[in-house]
Design a protein around this ligand. Sequence first.
Ligand SMILES: *Cc1c(COP(=O)(O)O)cnc(C)c1O
Length: 463
Amino acid sequence: MISELLRKLPSVDELLKSPPSSKWLSEYPRHFVLKAIRAVLQQYREMILNGKLQDLEKQHLLTEIEKQIKLISGKSLKPLINATGVVIHTNLGRAPLAEEALQNIIAVSKGYSNLEFNLSTGKRGKRYDHISGILRDITGAEDALVVNNNASAVLLSLSALARGKEVIVSRGELVEIGGSFRIPDVMLQSGAILKEVGTTNKTHPQDYEQAISESTALLLKVHQSNYRIIGFTEDVAIERLVNIAHKAGLPLMYDLGSGCFIDLRPLGITEEPVVAEVVRKGVDIVTFSGDKLLGGPQAGIILGKRELIKQISRHPLTRAVRIDKLTLSALEATLHLYLDTERAKEAIPVLSMLFQDIKRIKNRAQRLARLLRKEFQDITVNVVADNSQAGGGSLPEISLPTYVVSVEKKDMPPDKLKKALRGSNPPVIVRIRDDQVVLDMRTVQDREIPLIIKSFKDIFSSA
Ligand SMILES: *Cc1c(COP(=O)(O)O)cnc(C)c1O
């Protein structure tokens, strides 16, 4: 019986010559077709040997192969729908890009570009020059340099300015950002020597003053980003730190983390200083990410005094952490949007999601709820007022009012529904609140609503 079934199992060659194969080969790379055939044949062989297969149906075998081809030929990195309400979600790719940024990536990278070519002299140019001008205009800084990400911006700046010398940092700012970026570890890598001052909750001006010596290279301030020290606390204001540093003839560097060009105080967000204000206060080197509150591509931006930027750009590590043309084109287009603040708030997705009117969020929630109710009779759908944790792990606990759509299905526990939505096409990432699956409409775009309905259909029709 077993040997008969094994003999009936077609060979790879036979399957490759079968009619569906030519269709597969015209749609998918041969590599995936072969891999799928082999994998399914192997599964069948094992089922036969374990006595789990009594009969061999060719059609069933072909269907399994086709399923397998589809499964393995899908892209690993793919778009999904963020219904968590977390606007800057590091695990979900941080900032979605503005349309203008996407168009510019295509325009610049489809063919050749003047990435390192000066069109007026016909000689070699610098990639950084495309973007330093507009960064100066927006922030008022003397000069700018952009690199791969903010972690490399900090590493590079410290390597170039403080190798073998001391960097003074408050104990309240020795942070670890998600993904194991730890200030003390970065410091060690750069060759700078960490000189901790103050305590976890309080650091005074004289703590900095007393720590300054012949071996000091600079003073470093670090944005607390993902955590807060509350209660009996004190830190030193930027103006005061600038004074202390400059009196000793030293630069002050500020790792801003998120880096924001627009005042977020109207949203009740008080912890994010505007970059231009920090520059105006006299900070000598400022570093921040391109893909957090700025709403651009992954990048690290270094702004500051001309001489210091020159010193940093000459360091050999600059080449190792250099920015690529896709990023540069997206970043330049995003920065152009900032020349008009109102335009930026509409065109840059991160800002439009933060600034959007609560009524719009509510309308979107009601629209999704209506469509879900119409499509599925056996689920309970409600629109509920809630709060979005807008910043996620990379920003302070920014909490903004929002509307969510809650979905309940009698025979499906919320964990199971959450998992099913994650496995659907496209994946929909939701959160659970009060034992219910909720979709936060702050981070869902109007065009994604039909896709959400489709994902629910997939789940409920196969369940
Ligand atoms: C996010 C963050 C970083 C790391 O920035 P990446 O762009 O993720 O490399 C460094 N410092 C602070 C304070 C941050 O918030």
